[in-house]
Design a protein around this ligand. Structure first.
Ligand code: SAM
Length: 215
C-alpha cells in the first residue's frame, strides 16, 4: 500500500482522508493550489486534539489553515473535531515534524503561525527541541510573509521566559504580551485549546505573546 493509504488505514482516518496531506514537502510553494483559492494561510504547530484549529477554521472560512502534528494518530481526532464543527475545505492536516518547516513552505507562504502549549522540554540539554528555540524562530522568519506573526501561548512560565529571550535575541518585535491571558484584554475571541482548558481550570495563569520579525 502506498504511504498515504497506509497512514489512513493504520490510524483509521478514512472519514478524514480528504484533509490529510501526507507529504507536506510535495506542496511547498503550492498550498493555495490545494485550497483552490488565494486566501491567507495560517498554520498551527502541534495541534494536539485540534479544538483550536478546527474552531478557528469553522469561524473563519476565508482563511486557510494547515495543522502540523508529530503524532499521526492525533490527526484522526482533529479530523473528527472538524467534522463535528462542519468545517469546510479550509483546513488541511499534515503528520510531520516542524523541524522541517522550510521544506513544507516557501518563503512568505505563511501569514500566521500558532504555537499553543508547546512541549516545554524542561532540561537544558533539550532546549533545542523547544519550538521557540532560535533555530525554529529562524525557520518561522523564513516562511512568514511581511507583517506575518507568531502567536504563542503557554501555561509554562519557564518556557515563556525562555521564549521572550529567544524572540528578543533573534530580533523579533513582541506585542500583546500578557502573563494572565484569561484576565486580560486579549481574551476576547480567544479559543481555548484542550491543554489551556485543563491548566486554567486548575487556576494556572496562561502566558501569551505575539511576535513579528523585524525586516
Ligand atoms: N496545542 C495542543 C493544546 O494546546 O491542547 C497540544 C499541546 S501538546 C503539549 C503539544 C503537541 O505538539 C503534541 O501533540 C506534540 O505531538 C506536538 N509537537 C511537539 N513537537 C512537535 C514538532 N516538532 N512538530 C509537530 N508537532 C509537534
Amino acid at each position: 500500500i502506498r504511504g498515504r493509504d497506509k497512514l489512513i488505514r493504520q490510524y483509521n482516518l478514512h472519514k478524514e482522508a480528504g484533509r490529510i496531506v501526507e507529504m507536506a514537502s510535495n506542496h511547498q510553494g503550492r498550498w493555495q493550489e490545494l485550497f483552490g483559492n488565494d486566501n491567507p494561510i495560517y498554520i498551527e504547530i502541534g495541534t494536539g486534539r485540534g479544538r483550536f484549529i478546527a474552531t478557528h477554521a469553522a469561524q473563519n472560512p476565508d482563511i486557510n489553515y494547515v495543522g502540523i502534528e508529530l503524532e499521526h494518530e492525533l490527526l484522526g481526532k482533529v479530523g473528527k473535531k472538524a467534522e463535528e464543527l462542519a468545517v469546510g475545505k479550509n483546513l488541511l492536516l499534515t503528520p510531520a515534524d516542524a523541524v522541517r518547516l522550510t521544506d513544507f513552505f516557501s518563503p512568505g507562504e505563511v501569514a500566521r503561525i500558532y504555537l499553543n502549549f508547546s512541549d516545554p522540554w524542561p532540561k537544558t540539554r533539550h532546549a533545542k527541541r523547544r519550538l521557540t528555540y532560535r533555530d525554529f524562530l529562524q525557520s518561522y522568519r523564513s516562511v512568514l510573509q511581511a507583517g506575518g506573526a507568531v502567536h504563542f501561548k503557554t501555561d509554562n512560565r519557564d518556557l515563556f521566559q525562555f521564549s521572550l529571550n529567544e524572540f528578543a535575541e533573534d530580533d523579533w518585535k513582541m506585542s500583546a504580551i500578557t502573563l494572565d491571558l484569561h484576565n486580560s484584554q486579549w481574551m476576547e475571541g480567544n479559543v481555548m485549546t484542550e491543554y489551556e482548558e485543563k491548566f486554567s481550570s486548575q487556576g494556572m495563569p496562561i502566558y501569551r505573546l505575539e511576535a513579528r520579525p523585524y525586516p
